[in-house]
Design a protein around this ligand. Structure first.
Ligand code: SF4
Length: 375
């Protein structure tokens, strides 16, 4: 068979498959919220999506006008469509996220842009931690992230100032470290000569025995505490240096220090705003469901900690109230750090309530719920 004929018959096979999927969707899918999965003929989960009205969404796949459209590309690769109904669009959204995280479907990953638009500050693990600006929260389940933030470039600039003022490292992750309290190995390691940052006093020099591990970690903690709004010493150091420069009539130097302070202040403001956003996402959210399948979600700091059928009876109310009390009572540090595996959920919830602010009327604040429902 010639190449042209082969490609014509492959395309005819795809058309036939798409047509049969369309007939199946028309015959079987109902107008209800739910999650769907596009499966390849080889059984690979290609794409996971959600819809408030599954039938309309799935039929939309067959109306794509151009083969390059996202929906046309997905349906032409699919050999099968599977779907599950969920009580509400919100429930479907949460399930969609869980499935995407579990299966990482190829076409979701390729087409997903959202998280990549944001920048995060990652704290690297290890003896000499450092801050790194990354796009998206990645898949590093062991990392600790601050964010999301807009503007990776400004973040980098501000972190550079913070590193300089506190003497923190900003070198490659695989840079060998050699702390002053570190035992020499039987065959001594070749020490890396200090880089320029150590020479000019902008890094404590954990790579050249310039500092003990404990001192470096203590200094790193100062940086974290500053970002979390618990202390101001980096700003105070810069302010004092600026005033001294000013007294010495070194106005150019004083202006540079003022700019550095402003970058740090603006970084701190971003953290304050983020902390407020995270803290304000703590409540019980009750969502009306299809056919009376209402659900209550206990949300703390932007993460769903429990999901229960919305209570109808006094007993059910008190079950939810005690669950909410359990979840809200342990004091959690008012921190801006989010474990990597929870970043997506936090972003999803904050964008849900931003998009549908009226939904906040269905929420009961963390502090009020147990009292209100057991009264
Ligand atoms: S002095 Fe050493 S630890 Fe500090 S930034 Fe330079 S290479 Fe990294």
């Amino acid at each position: 068979m010639t190449r042209k004929r082969k490609s014509r018959s492959a395309s005819a096979a795809i058309e036939a498959r798409v047509e049969s999927l369309q007939m199946q969707v028309k015959a079987e899918v109902r107008k209800r919220p739910g999650v769907y999965r596009m499966i390849s003929p080889e059984g690979e989960i290609l794409y996971v999506g959600k819809a408030k009205d599954l039938r309309t969404r799935l039929l939309g796949y067959f109306r794509a006008a151009f083969p390059a459209e996202k929906s046309a590309r997905i349906i032409r690769e699919a050999g099968e469509v599977q779907w599950d109904y969920h009580p509400s669009e919100f429930a479907a959204l949460i399930e969609e996220l869980r499935l995407i995280k579990k299966f990482r479907p190829r076409l979701n990953v390729m087409m997903k842009r959202d998280a990549r638009h944001f920048a995060f500050i990652r704290i690297t693990p290890g003896a000499a931690p450092k801050f790194m600006v990354v796009r998206g929260a990645g898949n590093d389940d062991h990392g600790t992230y601050f964010g999301p933030f807009h503007g990776a470039w400004q973040l980098e600039e501000a972190l550079r100032e913070l590193n300089d003022v506190l003497g923190l490292r900003d070198c490659r992750l695989d840079q060998p470290m050699h702390f002053s309290d570190q035992q020499e190995l039987p065959v001594g390691p070749t020490r890396t000569p200090g880089c320029i940052r150590f020479e000019i006093g902008k890094c404590l020099g954990p790579c050249v025995s310039g500092v003990s591990q404990r001192q470096y970690k203590a200094r790193f903690k100062v940086a974290r505490d500053f970002l979390e709004g618990r202390q101001d010493s980096p700003l105070n150091t810069l302010r004092e240096a600026m005033e001294e420069s000013s007294d010495r009539m070194e106005f150019e130097r004083a202006a540079q220090l003022r700019d550095k302070m402003q970058r740090l202040e603006s970084l701190r403001e971003q953290f304050d705003r983020l902390r407020f956003a995270v803290e304000s996402l703590s409540f019980v959210y009750t969502v009306p469901g299809h056919g009376g399948e209402d659900r209550s979600y206990v949300i703390r700091r932007g993460r769903i900690r429990a999901e229960l059928p919305a209570p109808q009876s006094v007993d059910e109310h008190s079950t939810l109230a005690s669950r909410a009390a359990e979840i809200f009572s342990p004091s959690e540090l008012k921190s801006t750090t989010v474990p990597a595996h929870e970043v997506d959920e936090l972003m999803l919830l904050s964008s849900w309530f931003r998009k549908f602010p009226a939904e906040l009327e269905r929420t009961v604040a963390a502090a009020e719920y147990p009292r209100m429902r057991t009264a």
